[in-house]
Design a binder for this molecule. Structure first.
Ligand code: ATP
Length: 448
């Protein structure tokens, strides 16, 4: 129980820090909000961009066997028919007959789609405590809308529930134009939409979110799927380490054969120990040739000219879920002189602001001028912030809470010795550095 309340407190602290410091705001707040919608503020937008850029650099720019794609969100509805989403992309929905709250059936009890309601007998409603359930209905999670001015069946389209199908339907375009030889992969980052029955836990589960997905195509006669799967598992372990996901909180859950999707031969749910429980952070799946086969696409081996349907390994991540795991991994409280210092210990590559520049006093024009000169140079290379509000101690505290690795202060001595004080976020040590050497010093620190 004590552990549970500690975890609840941690989630409250993260949500409050995100709001107070400008990482994440409740969506549409001035109109009373919209349940489970969130807006990423200035630092949240930087954090998300850094995650995406690091992912793209690692898995597209630095690899010869990968290319990128940016496909449309609204696609021909036939895509969702062929992919199986129209018939299968649904969750079992149940309603409590007493308080009329709706739940995803498997979130309140063990649900067996075969016997619809059977196993919910005796399970209490988490809202009102009664046990009187409606039969389960399959609820399709895709958002439906219309293209053009008429609302008839023929104009119905869907907001994509995953970015992956954009990759599959472009497989021929990409293999014809990119000159990549098998095995090769396609990466895409973009918004996806799911009309989730039970969104929640802050930015963990929302109805619109960004995905970063890879489809890695190979010839199963030439490459062993086990090797490719392992390659991606290892690549993602390394990547998560580089961006500061706490490895002690990660669990690689091999999905049991009986629970695998019918097209998958192996799936690993990579779980993170969130304060609200161990939950999926992202998935890694061997999807065989299921999707390309459905779209009737194949590939001609350039040597033998024999056509075949490539198989795929799919690492599929949510950006916001990853951001939440990173916020939780970075959050640190330290006791200093009987006061609690809150520090977001982001890895340098993910920190929203890399350097803050301060004049010691805002009403001393010579200090402000010098500090601005330094800021103007540094901001062309890194995301920097100029701050002359309040005393320096308060400015440090603010930068600690947004996770800025270095603060540079211009003081009266600077005017004499052309040096500044550089303060390290984690050690709080301060060093005097010559302005002429500052850029080099910071480069070494930030990019080490
Ligand atoms: P879950 O079981 O949590 O609903 P899923 O298995 O349906 O997830 P996938 O379809 O494999 O998820 O999607 C890949 C990734 O996209 C997930 O691991 C997660 O990181 C992210 N994701 C999926 N749905 C959501 C959502 N509603 N909100 C935020 N991120 C999501």
């Amino acid at each position: 129980m004590a552990e549970k309340s500690k975890n609840n407190q941690l989630m409250e602290k993260i949500i409050s820090l995100c709001k107070r410091r400008g990482f994440v705001f409740p969506g549409s707040e001035i109109y009373g909000g919209l349940a489970n919608s969130w807006d990423f503020g200035p630092y949240g937008a930087e954090l998300k961009n850094n995650i995406k850029q690091h992912w793209w650099k690692t898995f597209v720019q630095n690899r010869e066997d990968m290319v990128g794609l940016d496909s449309a969100i609204i696609m021909n509805p036939k895509v969702w028919g062929m992919s199986g989403h129209l018939s299968n992309f649904s969750d079992p929905l149940i309603e409590c007959k007493k308080c009329h709250t709706r739940f995803k059936a498997d979130s309140v009890g063990f649900f067996n789609p075969e016997d619809k309601i059977g196993k919910l007998d005796g399970v209490s409603c988490p809202e009102c405590g009664k046990s009187d359930w409606s039969p389960a209905l399959q609820f399709n999670l895709m958002f439906k809308t219309n293209v053009g001015p008429t609302e008839e069946k023929s104009s119905e389209v869907y907001l994509r529930p995953e970015t992956a199908q954009g990759i599959f339907v472009n497989f021929k375009n990409i293999s014809d134009t990119s000159r990549k030889k098998m095995p090769f992969g396609v990466a895409q980052i973009g918004k996806s939409f799911r009309n989730e029955i039970t969104p929640g836990n802050f930015i963990f589960r929302t109805r619109e979110f960004e995905q970063m997905e890879i489809e890695y195509f190979f010839n199963p006669e030439k490459d062993k799927w086990e090797d490719k799967f392992k390659m991606w598992e290892n690549a993602f372990k390394k990547w998560m380490d580089e961006i500061g996901v706490n490895s002690k909180k990660l669990f690689f859950h091999d999905i049991e054969k009986e629970e695998l999707a019918h097209y998958s031969k192996k799936t690993i749910d990579v779980e993170f120990d969130f304060p609200f429980g161990k939950k999926e952070l992202f998935g890694l799946a061997y999807r065989t040739d299921f999707d390309l086969k459905n779209h009737k696409l194949d590939y001609k081996d350039p040597e033998t000219q024999k056509p075949f349907v490539p198989h795929v390994i799919e690492p599929s991540l949510g950006v916001e879920r990853m951001a939440l795991a990173i916020l939780l991994s970075a959050y640190t409280e330290e006791k200093i002189n009987n006061e609690v210092r809150v520090v977001m210990k982001f890895k340098n590559n993910l920190a929203p602001i890399k350097i803050a520049v301060f004049p010691l006093l805002r009403n001393k024009p010579e200090l402000v001028k010098k500090a601005r000169e330094i800021y103007d140079v540094l901001k062309t290379k890194w995301m920097c912030e100029f701050d002359d509000n309040g005393n320096v101690g308060k400015r440090y505290r603010r930068q600690d809470e947004i996770g800025t690795p270095y603060c540079v202060t211009v003081d009266f001595e600077t005017l004499e010795d052309d040096a500044v004080t550089v303060r390290d976020r984690d050690t709080m040590k301060q060093e005097r550095i010559k302005i002429s050497e500052l850029k080099f010093f910071l480069k070494n620190k930030l990019e080490e």
